[in-house]
Design a protein around this ligand. Structure first.
Ligand SMILES: [Zn+2]
Length: 253
């Protein structure tokens, strides 16, 4: 039985920084995947793999969290160039706010970008127009409605976080989303029970292997750093159920 490594990105920016890959390293990593014939799965294919409905050779699932606007400028063209697929988990309230009025794109580092979300969301967060343009390459799913940051003055219950986000994805993109990524990787068993009313498969920030075992509660991901050589090593570890399992016990996050 093989394991499908799930890659976790946030920002793609000019230079490497906290949870940001440089354009150069991202390009090298995507080139490596394309040249070595890795199949980058769609969200639907990844779910089917987990459920044991479909098998894939040399498969990888690429994910991005939060919906940063740099993904449109710096990740999308590279993915398209190499004919690769990926998924972005959107914070639907941020996207709604960013789509209200247009402004110039600002490629900010994570901490500044977070502040900017609250002042001028459209400069750092994707809008629905860009999301639509990227839909030939990317799938879009839920990262809750507010990321539990409540940047826009309204606090939501967890039920609202799931329901609103699900409804907006349905209305804006026409997708019945089954995929949810936990903000900051934080959740517990009660939340997993609650979220199952609206979603089916859940993405964590824990490292590890993903087998075709139909356990959809805790998808493990690799926080991506560095370059193509580093990625090659990670893929080698996390494609192998035994190495990957042992490695994740030693270094869980
Ligand atoms: Zn996040």
């Amino acid at each position: 039985m093989n394991s499908v490594p799930v890659l976790m990105y946030h920002h793609i920016l000019e230079k490497d920084s906290f949870i940001a890959s440089s354009i150069e390293n991202f390009e090298k990593q995507m080139k490596f995947l394309a040249e070595n014939n890795y199949k980058t799965l769609t969200s639907k294919e990844f779910l089917e793999f987990k459920q044991g409905k479909k098998k894939f050779k040399k498969a990888i699932f690429i994910t991005f969290d939060d919906g940063w606007r740099d993904n449109y400028y710096f990740a999308y063209p590279v993915l398209k160039k190499y004919n690769l697929k990926a998924t972005i988990f959107l914070v639907t309230e941020w996207i709604e706010k960013a789509s209200e009025k247009k402004s110039e794109f600002k490629p900010l580092k994570h901490n500044e970008a977070k502040k900017e979300v609250q002042i001028n969301p459209s400069s750092v967060i994707l809008n629905w127009n860009e999301i639509e343009k990227m839909s030939d390459v990317l799938d879009f799913h839920s990262h809750t409605h507010s990321h539990r940051d409540f940047y826009f003055g309204k606090e939501y219950s967890w039920e609202e976080e799931f329901e609103k986000s699900k409804e907006i994805l349905k209305n804006r993109l026409g997708v019945d989303s089954k995929h949810l990524c936990w903000p900051r990787g934080k959740y517990d068993n009660n939340l997993i029970m609650l979220v199952k009313k609206n979603f089916k498969i859940f993405y964590t920030t824990k490292r590890g292997i993903n087998l075709a075992d139909n356990n959809l509660d805790e998808i493990k991901r690799i926080a991506i750093k560095k370059d193509d050589r580093w990625l090659k090593k990670q893929i080698k570890i996390f494609s192998n159920p035994i190495f990957g399992y042992l490695y994740s016990k030693v270094k869980p996050e």
